[in-house]
Design a protein around this ligand. Structure first.
Ligand code: SAH
Length: 478
């Protein structure tokens, strides 16, 4: 089975650096089920093609399979030795890709770090790909990722066109993408199209899928089919993966609720609610005496910018589950242009707040600004555990909408939330009850305030709570 990868980026031979495989040599790698060879049919300034050829040993493939899933899609005895596996691209090619181009798949490159993060013109060709669901399915899975797809069905026998097409296609993808993205697309989607995984699908495949699918799978219109097939139709695993993807996807949707602001009297122009909220959070952080701060669910990084501008904050970390949000934050912070000393103060980390993450432990303060209402209520206890139980910052500042105030928003239909992605919005009593419960359960003491113009009956548009870890109260209650 064969896959070729061509670029016309100049100098095209940089492809060798990105793949960490020298264009002048043929290199071979042992695989559990055969041997992979990498070589370059062409390599000059203008155009360079790397080929990955996998020779499958059907005996090796058949051996040691035990109770594992059948190798051949057909379930007959000789099927494990006489089948298409040696010739047609499948999950074997994808495992070879992962093994042979490991650092390129991760987007790492020692010699061409910048190029590794740059979209370059690429053409991928897989001359024989088993495609369950036909050529049209190849278009459905690759086109939304920015590829121009040509999938030509291969006739069963060229001498007898009346026999019709085989279930194989000749696939060509062209596009301008980061090499790592291209490789991750192939890594996931080749076995998905083949739909006959050659190995036992263990639970850690969910993590592998989410890692490889980072930044593109959650929003993919065919994510359901991709996930089910990738996980070899194991229902429980696919369910778990889809739930995590749903979290990622929600996180990717546009956020700020500032488009809807209460009608302000013209004569007293006020800062928009979002700016007031940022100022209130900053004030609470300054009061807490924190120097190392983490903004959980930082979104596009508006608060991070203010934090970085204040030198008392010696370390500022932005955390979000969304790739896109982190990309925006990096741009807004101009991370690539900051002097090194400044840059060392700022870190962006991708993490889901509903999972414990050791990297988030030990901070003085954490912010959850307009984040909790983006979680499905059943996921909230997981966030409580990860933030208050595991990360345990000295201070936590939480803000969330006050749903009672919504009647003041013109154009917001009764019963609607301020943002399409909000899973709930709390009354003051509901927020107070949640804050009280979390504080008691995790050893914090809370103060509740509000942000924005207070309505005598409805309260403020934004609710805010500052929770202080009980063993820190002595230091901060000055
Ligand atoms: N704090 C920012 C963004 C609020 S929007 C601000 O106030 O402007 C909510 C943010 O939470 C989004 O960026 C979303 O990606 C993030 N988010 C939602 N669920 C998350 C989760 N489970 N883990 C991490 N981040 C999450």
């Amino acid at each position: 089975m064969l896959l070729t990868l061509t670029t016309t980026h100049r100098p095209a031979t940089d492809l060798g650096h990105l793949l960490v495989k020298h264009p002048d040599r043929v290199q071979s790698f042992d695989l559990p089920a055969g041997v992979a060879h990498v070589f370059y049919p062409e390599a000059d300034e203008a155009r360079c093609t790397a080929a990955l050829l996998v020779e499958v040993d059907p005996l090796k493939l058949g051996a040691g399979r035990g109770r594992r899933q059948a190798t051949a899609p057909e379930g007959f005895t000789l099927g494990q030795y006489v089948n298409d596996r040696p010739y047609a691209a499948s999950s074997l090619l994808s495992s070879a890709l992962a093994k042979v181009f490991r650092s390129a798949l991760r987007g790492e490159s020692r010699d061409r770090a910048e190029l590794a993060t740059t979209a370059i013109p690429l053409t991928v060709r897989v001359p024989v790909l088993r495609c369950r669901g036909g050529a049209e399915l190849a278009v459905r899975v690759f086109a939304p990722l920015g590829w121009t797809v040509t999938a030509t069905p291969i006739p069963l026998d060229e001498a007898y066109p009346e026999w019709g097409d085989s279930r194989y296609v000749d696939l060509t993808l062209t596009g301008t993408l980061r090499l790592a993205d291209a490789l991750n697309h192939l890594y996931v989607l080749l076995p998905v199209l083949d739909d006959a995984k050659h190995y036992w699908v263990a639970p850690d495949e969910v993590d592998k899928l989410l890692r490889a699918g980072s930044g593109w799978l959650a929003g993919h219109p065919e994510r359901g089919l991709i996930t089910r097939r990738y996980l070899a139709h194991r229902r429980a695993l696919a369910g778990a993966a889809l739930a995590r993807l749903a979290e990622l996807r929600l996180a990717d949707e546009p956020t700020a609720d500032d488009s809807i602001d209460p009608e302000q009297p013209v004569e007293t122009p006020r800062a928009p609610l979002a700016a007031q909220r940022r100022e209130a959070v900053l004030a609470a952080l300054r009061d807490s005496g924190a120097s190392r701060v983490v903004d959980l669910g930082c979104g596009g990084g508006a608060l991070l910018t203010s934090l970085v501008a204040d030198r008392r904050f010696t370390e500022v970390v932005g955390v979000d589950v969304s790739d896109r949000a982190l990309g925006l934050a990096a741009r807004r912070l101009r991370l690539d242009r900051l002097p090194e000393r400044q840059r060392d103060r700022i870190h962006l980390r991708q993490s889901a707040l509903t999972y414990r993450d050791d990297r988030l432990r030990g901070y003085d303060a954490a912010v959850l600004m307009e984040v909790v209402e983006h979680l499905d209520p059943p996921r909230l206890p997981a966030l409580e555990d990860a933030v208050f139980g595991h990360a345990r910052p000295g201070t936590v500042v939480v803000t969330t909408p006050n749903v009672e105030y919504n009647v003041r928003y013109e154009g917001l239909a009764p019963g609607r939330f301020r943002h399409a992605d909000h899973r709930f919005e709390w009354t003051r009593a509901e927020f107070a009850a949640w804050v009280g419960r979390v504080a008691a359960a995790h050893g914090y003491t809370a103060t509740i305030t509000g942000v924005g113009d207070a309505d005598p009956e409805l309260g403020t548009p934004t609710q805010m709570a500052v929770l202080t870890r009980d063993d820190r109260k002595e230091e901060t209650n000055r």
